[in-house]
Design a protein around this ligand. Sequence first.
Ligand code: ATP
Length: 917
Amino acid sequence: MMNNSRPYEYQNIDEIRYQQVLLLDNQDELKIYLYGYEQSKLNNVIYNFLGIIFLGIPFLIFNAWPQLKTIKFKKCPLETASVLLVLDHYGKYTLETVKTDKLKVPNIGPYNLRYFLYQHTKYVWDIEDKVFSTLDNLIPPNTVDDYLNNTSGLFDVDYIDLYKLFGPNKISVKIKSYWKLFFDEVFNPFYIFQVFSVVLWCVDDYMIYAGCVVVLTLFSSITSLIQTRKQSEAVHDLVESSVCHQVKVVRQNLLFEINELNINPVELVPGDLIILPPNNFVMPCDAVLLTGECIVNESVLTGESVPVTKTALHSSNDVYSIGGLHRRQTLFSGTTLIQTRYYENDDVLARVVRTGFDTTKGALVKSILFPSPVGLKFYRDSLKFVFVLFTIAAFGMAYCLYVYNERHAQLRYIITRALDIITIVVPPALPAAMAMGTVYSQARLKKAGIFCISPPIIPVCGKIKLACFDKTGTLTHDSLDMKSLIPCDRSQFTDPVTDICYVDLKSKLVQAMACCHDLTRIDGVLQGDPLDLIMFEFTKWEFEEPGNDENARFDKLAPTTVIPGKMCSKQVLQSEDDDLYQIGIIRKFPFSSTLQCMSVVSRNLQEPCMTAFVKGAPEKIKSMCNRESLPNNFDTLLSEYTVQGFRVIAIAYKNLPRKFTWKESQKAKREVIECNLNFLGFLVMQNLLKEQTVPALRTLQMANIRTVMITGDNILTAIAVARDCDMVKRHEQISVMSVIDEDNEQAIPRLHVENDGLLYGDEKCHLAIDGKTWEILKQHYSDLIPSVLVRATIFARFQPDQKAQLIGQFQKIDYVVSMVGDGANDCGALKAAHVGVSLSQAEASVAAPFTSMVNDISCLIDLILEGRCALVTSFAIFKYMALYSLIQFITIIILYHGLQSCCRRNDLSARWCQRKT
Ligand SMILES: Nc1ncnc2c1ncn2[C@@H]1O[C@H](COP(=O)(O)OP(=O)(O)OP(=O)(O)O)[C@@H](O)[C@H]1O
């Protein structure tokens, strides 16, 4: 039932296994350390004794520093541990209890399960390897055929074990009650110190001041409690906004009777077979589609609201992979099924693969609940400063003790005065006061249409030094204008065409444009990728999905058909046979940013054979085409258009053999379709800049913030857009770094930069680099990466994972990086950046910490301004409080010093008087 991806791995760090390192991702970057402990009666007694005799203070300390709490336990091997001390990647400790359960694990059998829960993830003890690992590692992965060959529901008996193993299918974000928030605050060491200060002042008859501090503290605590509560409500609402209340599952009892049950989605387990309803259904889990087709809105996860088509799995021996190869066959938790489509009377079936916090949505919610700490040096330094103040206070106390001792003051008086010094020197409300700026900035951002799900990141916005932008949909409009069509006839480009009427209606090129897309009709409106939409509208063909009713049954052979529209009037179809001129789209391989293309298998009802049409990035299509079908001036013409900033898409086709039947089309692999193609021509489109792009970029540059473009588009188009939007000024030079094609494939590829001096100096020169060169740089010239990064402004043909890697590399050279993007291919980069901003119509998406409803990059300027406001407020409060405390401390020390001298003088004069008398 499980997938093959292993995001979690483990490593032993010693043979005795008292401890273990658990890798939480594939890049070795996130890891947790586990240390085994067991109960010890003696240590427990000592722990409680210490706690009681010191009036509970040790309990408060142990609560704040859980690693100290381990004195209650005894170290032991992990194999027998009942408690684990977990140290995370950022140096934070937690204590977790190891629980046990007896159950049956699928494909393994009866199992004595030892496990612990850490940040909503279950880690189980692997009896064979003697380490803790995730459930994914315990259960062998399934192949695609494993899923397809089993279309029956779970047995009731198996369900019980699976439920025990995986737990309820719930992503619950609890809204903390005011009392709980209050107690969390009360047990904060700074708050305790504040209470202590107030008590001391009251004892000292310092009532009015104590009263004022109480009122101010209450005011700031209540404001902060309300804000924290609102924040927790916002995350809760975001999670709950996409919750479904009932789901239909197929289960079997011991008599092999199959039942269809309506259950609460909380009861779902991986392995359950669910029947998807016709429309408007929010997915309660991650599930792989076994039959039918679904149109899904994934904006809650990706920020992109263009509907995505999900198709059923097709037979193969590949291991099922949820985030990689089979993403387009997987329905993700929290996304909305706008429509499901089915063949004949079949149900649309999906198999549950992940539930609860293990789902993609769960992982994103966890990243909100357990964010990586904001590494602002200012906050770390301010805490250090508080410790310095404590040291100063200690000297002050010592001096105070000395002065009052000299005066033979009462013990009670000496203690009060000495403790008073600490309350003077250390401002207890400092951390709370410093966070106030963030609270107000967040409220102002909301008014500006920018939603924030992680407020501690707001001050980081004020420190941004590098602003990265996606191109299409971010710097430029989403919508495109069709510029022209350049057909290719017998390996020669013909003249560009601006009206489809001048192209033969029966040509393969027109057929390709009519059917090579991923469009669908929702509520009577044709929807899908803007590029597909503009291309299809250009053909003036009509799009027919069988039946007006959107949930109508689909014809078995041709689920969707396209027919020449009446608008193509210049070419009237004449013969009777022409009535049959319509094309059925039999199979789609949806567009993938990683592959940079999409394809369809189609059937012209007038022809006996099927045809495959492919469209995508010209470089990609070129590599799939037969050489003889490519015009000699392919690259020259491509450059001619791309240097002007046009978006060029190449189209190609191949006739499939007669024996390629409907059944085979359903089984065919993408690689078999997308090869040996014949080139058909170029589609040239214009993608205009958004109005706010140029002014916003200029403002950023004036503020000395570097701007960079990371796009999936062609490098020349990217360069042209960078010039148009003033990211690169007219007088500045751009040099392209590229790989020199070598005949010898074994040799280390060499790099070429048009202007060699660039890497070592010339300030006015920018570097442009594409994804292919980036791969070579990483593999063979990693030492060059920092110098390339400080010079490069344009990163083109970058795949989604490369975008995320690039952000990571920028962070390694100490840039505070922001990334603004609009959709699915930016998700990784948005998560990786210090400040990720998703331009989305959705009020908030878990794709990035900030979601802007202002659909252009000007929102980044608002964010930077608010971030700076929050930072400046924190600085000002810090300076004010620190100065206030130090001035008060110094004046008091001067007073004590005066008092001491005065006493001495009094002593002397008393002695002098005594002598005189
Ligand atoms: N619907 C589509 N069908 C076929 N090919 C497409 C489609 N959309 C984009 N492409 C091609 O794939 C390439 C990569 O697309 P991708 O969506 O990753 O980036 P992009 O839209 O070009 O740019 P950006 O990363 O700035 O959003 C595009 O440059 C284009 O050549």
